[in-house]
Design a binder for this molecule. Structure first.
Ligand SMILES: Nc1ncnc2c1ncn2[C@@H]1O[C@H](COP(=O)(O)OP(=O)(O)OP(=O)(O)O)[C@@H](O)[C@H]1O
Ligand SMILES: [Mg+2]
Length: 257
């Protein structure tokens, strides 16, 4: 079985992970003309908004549904095993859109543990990635998700920093943790987002000193601000958006098959 080429996002809060994840999906659809599985592994899901689709089901919710069936002793459809039931429900909770599907981790309802939803997400991302040429995983802020290992294998980890020293330092910690945890990540690169002036040079120097590989800079872009303001998706971002062009340039030179 072929495995998907998997792109994952990481970085400090509010640096632009979800926006860039959305643009990654758009890039693959437009430039590679292939199907994408988008994975929202952030429990405060909002990748769907970036992609302009509604969420009717999440993995967190699904787990609770299944537990309820077990607890109530109700007949499971066709006498399925718990495993088969999950399989079935995961298939049902895929949000299908034009060119891409989305799966959302969400929060477990009630006193559930994130690990359960997380394990299911990981298992099914692996399983589903056999049926999609590309997978894009949007993660929550910080580093905790790395130790939870949202995915087994990542071909390209995009660590996003805002234009601040703090952002670069967080990026460095993520980069180091990836090494320490011996995650199966083929390459991790840094994107510095929301550059508005000359600060890029200093930040590039700092990142270089920290041993980070810089994929590129993305400018602060009024068009992205407007997108959020109007609740629009990345697909509605005009082609001449400076952030879109910068992100697409980064992907053009990222050796994506
Ligand atoms: N290049 C840019 N120009 C202007 N605004 C941007 C840019 N990149 C991101 N933003 C804005 O910054 C905010 C945070 O972006 P986003 O939600 O993508 O970050 P995030 O890293 O996913 O955040 P979180 O950690 O909360 O998940 C959003 O309002 C987004 O529109
Ligand atoms: Mg986000």
């Amino acid at each position: 079985m072929d495995m998907a080429f998997t792109i994952a996002l990481a970085g400090k809060g509010g640096t632009g992970k979800t926006t860039i994840a959305g643009l990654a999906v758009r890039y693959i659809l437009e430039k590679k003309k292939k199907h994408v599985l988008a994975v929202d592994a952030d429990s405060n899901n909002c990748l769907n908004e970036a992609l302009g689709v509604d969420v009717h089901a999440t993995i967190g919710k699904l787990r609770e549904d299944s537990l309820q069936i077990i607890r109530s002793g109700a007949e499971r459809p066709g006498g399925m095993s718990m495993e088969q039931l999950f399989d079935y429900q995961v298939q049902q909770s895929l949000i299908e859109s034009k060119g891409f599907d989305l799966i959302v981790m969400g929060r477990p309802e009630g006193p559930g543990c994130y690990c359960a939803a997380n394990n299911i997400i990981r298992k099914y991302t692996d399983k589903l990635s056999e049926t999609y040429p590309y997978v894009v995983i949007d993660n929550e802020a910080g580093m905790e998700h790395l130790s939870r290992r949202t995915t087994h294998r990542v071909n390209l980890l995009l660590i996003v920093s805002d234009s601040s020293v703090k952002g670069i330092h967080t990026a460095k910690r993520i980069h180091d943790l990836v090494d320490e945890l011996r995650l199966e990540i083929d390459g991790s690169v840094l994107i510095i987002n929301r550059i508005s002036g000359e600060e890029g040079k200093g930040l590039i120097n700092l990142a270089g000193e920290e041993g980070l590989i810089i994929a590129g800079l993305v400018p602060q872009d009024e068009a992205i601000f407007n997108l959020d303001l109007q609740g629009k998706s990345v697909f509605q971002l005009p082609d001449d958006s400076i952030a879109l062009k910068a992100v697409f340039n980064i992907f053009d030179s990222a050796n994506i098959p």
